[in-house]
Write a protein that binds this ligand. Structure first.
Ligand SMILES: Nc1ncnc2c1ncn2[C@@H]1O[C@H](COP(=O)(O)OP(=O)(O)OP(=O)(O)O)[C@@H](O)[C@H]1O
Length: 337
């Protein structure tokens, strides 16, 4: 099936007075209908620029984007505006109209489209129900919490029945509990209405929570793309490894020079007895550099990175020991990459 969003060779260069920033260096990406696609990367990697290129809020310097097969670069201004109504967007800071109450914020895009006041209010009330905020219809944004403001923004984004919802750091200003609730709402919307969702974030936890697929942006390039399961359980690029293995403070220990392996497993069993028995059987110690389990789509995935003993025979014996127990062992030639 043809992807609903096709990004083809997109570059974006910002030219300043005496400098030039290549924010995107040739991006190719396919996002299919119904996916929840995470786009993740470090600060300055180019995520916001990429998401703004998806609806041509930002025109790529070269390359183009196809939405349902339509080449955005070939559309006239009016056609582009029409296509954009099918691609809604929500933001980190909600962007609500402060002088309007909740209902009137949600009615706003329908007013622009020319929907009658009566129909718009009816639809706004339905949307408020969907986002679980019916009791706040008459409230003003200043009277709402961050999570409630984002619910209003989501209701407003859905007003004109978009096919795609772009979320630019939509949970970055929210606390972890509110973040979870908003992500659950996005997932519900995706499932109930089949809306394709693209989520820009710098938080791995967001991707892990709801995304089906992920693209890792690194210095204007796509370092890696795949299902969340693939990328999280076997990150190939150093950019992906840095994101997957960073600790809660975003720190990533650099370790090079020694022979390291990653063990990956997919079950609820624990690593520890295997490692302890391996050490006993091989009569050599190992250094556990990282042990981590993550819940991805309801399946526990574990990974452990071990530094093997310098002594080659013992190291080989250990790898064989683990493989004999059907664990996936990958040698990390250069742990940091
Ligand atoms: N309008 C602009 N003019 C000049 N440079 C820009 C403009 N917008 C973005 N850039 C530059 O392009 C690069 C990518 O920026 P972008 O905002 O896309 O990154 P990001 O991954 O979204 O970062 P963050 O997570 O910090 O928002 C940065 O070096 C940034 O300074």
């Amino acid at each position: 099936m043809e992807a609903i969003i096709q990004v083809r060779d997109v570059t974006k260069t910002f030219v300043g007075k005496d400098n030039k920033v290549e924010a995107l260096k040739g991006i190719n990406l396919d996002i299919h209908k119904g996916e929840i696609y995470g786009i993740i990367g470090m600060s300055g990697a180019g995520k916001s620029t990429l998401v703004r290129c998806l609806n041509f809020l930002e025109r790529p310097t070269t390359g183009t984007v196809f939405i349902e097969g339509k080449d955005l670069s070939q559309l006239k201004e009016g056609e582009l505006r029409k296509t954009r109504t099918e691609i809604a967007m929500i933001f980190q800071h909600f962007n609500l109209l402060m002088q309007r109450n909740v209902i009137d914020n949600i009615c706003f895009p329908m007013e622009i489209k020319g929907t009658s006041r009566k129909d718009a209010v009816k639809r706004a009330k339905e949307l408020l129900e969907i986002v679980g905020l019916s009791e706040k219809a008459k409230a003003y944004p200043a009277q709402l919490s961050g999570g409630q403001k984002q619910r209003v923004a989501i209701a407003r984004a859905l007003a004109n029945n978009p096919k795609i919802l772009l979320c630019d750091e939509a949970t970055s200003a929210l606390d972890p509990t509110t973040t979870k609730a908003i992500l659950a709402l996005l997932k519900e919307i995706n499932e109930k209405y089949g809306i394709t969702i693209v989520i820009i974030t710098h938080e791995m936890a967001v991707v892990q929570e709801i995304c089906t697929h992920v693209a890792i942006v690194d210095s204007g390039n796509l370092a890696e793309t795949g299902t969340v399961e693939e990328v999280f359980s076997r990150p190939k690029s150093s950019a992906a490894r840095k994101l997957v293995f960073q600790d809660e403070n975003g720190k990533y220990e650099e370790m090079t020079g020694k022979r390291c392996i990653r063990i990956v497993f997919k079950s609820n069993s624990s690593f520890e007895p295997v490692i302890a028995n391996m050490v006993l059987a091989c009569k050599a110690p190992v250094n556990i550099l990282l042990a981590d389990t993550k819940d991805i789509g309801g399946v526990a995935h574990g990974q452990m990175i071990l530094q093997l003993p310098d002594e080659a025979v013992a190291a080989e014996k250990m790898i064989q020991y683990l493989r004999d127990r059907n664990l996936e062992v990958e040698e990390l030639k250069n742990y940091v990459g």
